[in-house]
Design a protein around this ligand. Structure first.
Ligand code: FES
Length: 145
C-alpha cells in the first residue's frame, strides 16, 4: 500500500526541517499535492529524494545540480539502488574535479602566504581569470585585443 506523508512526517523521518522541505519544494526538488483541507501530502519516494538531497549537500553539490540529478529519476517511484549508484558515480567525478581545482588553488595560495602584494599582474589568486592582462597593460579591448 502506498502511503502519503504529511510534511511533519517527512521532517521527522528524514531529519530535515519543515522549512527546508518547503524550500526544496519551491526549488522543484520534491513535490507534493494538497488535500481538501489544503495540507501538503508527499509521496513515499520523498524520503529517498530528501536523502539524496542531504547527501549531495554534504558533498557540497549545489542545489541546482542536485535538481538536475533528481530530474533524471522517474517521478512515479522512489529512487532505487541503481539510480543512486548512477548519481553517486556522477557526483564522485564532480568531487574529483573540485578536489583538483582546490589543490591548484592551495598551491597558488602557498605562493601568496607571506607575500601580501595582492598584485593584479603577479598574484595568481588576485585576478586569475584576467587573460587580457597577459597581453600587456592598458585598455586592452580599446587597443584591439
Ligand atoms: S599576494 Fe602576492 S602573489 Fe599573491
Amino acid at each position: 500500500m502506498i502511503r502519503e506523508m504529511s510534511v511533519g512526517e517527512v521532517a521527522a523521518r528524514s531529519g530535515a526541517a519543515v522549512s527546508a522541505l518547503h524550500f526544496y519544494e519551491t526549488k522543484g526538488l520534491i513535490g507534493s499535492w494538497r488535500t481538501a483541507g489544503n495540507q501538503r501530502r508527499y509521496p513515499p519516494g520523498t524520503l529517498r529524494r530528501v536523502g539524496i538531497i542531504q547527501f549531495g549537500q554534504s558533498l557540497g553539490i549545489p542545489l541546482a545540480e542536485i535538481k538536475e540529478a533528481l530530474d533524471t529519476l522517474p517521478k512515479d517511484r522512489a529512487p532505487l539502488k541503481q539510480d543512486w549508484e548512477r548519481l553517486s558515480q556522477q557526483w564522485a567525478g564532480k568531487l574529483d574535479d573540485r578536489i583538483a581545482r582546490l589543490k591548484k588553488l592551495r598551491a597558488a595560495l602557498t605562493d601568496c602566504i607571506g607575500c601580501g602584494c595582492l598584485s593584479t599582474e603577479l598574484c595568481p589568486l588576485r585576478n586569475p581569470a584576467d587573460r587580457l592582462a597577459r597581453k600587456g597593460s592598458g585598455p586592452r579591448r580599446l587597443l584591439g585585443d
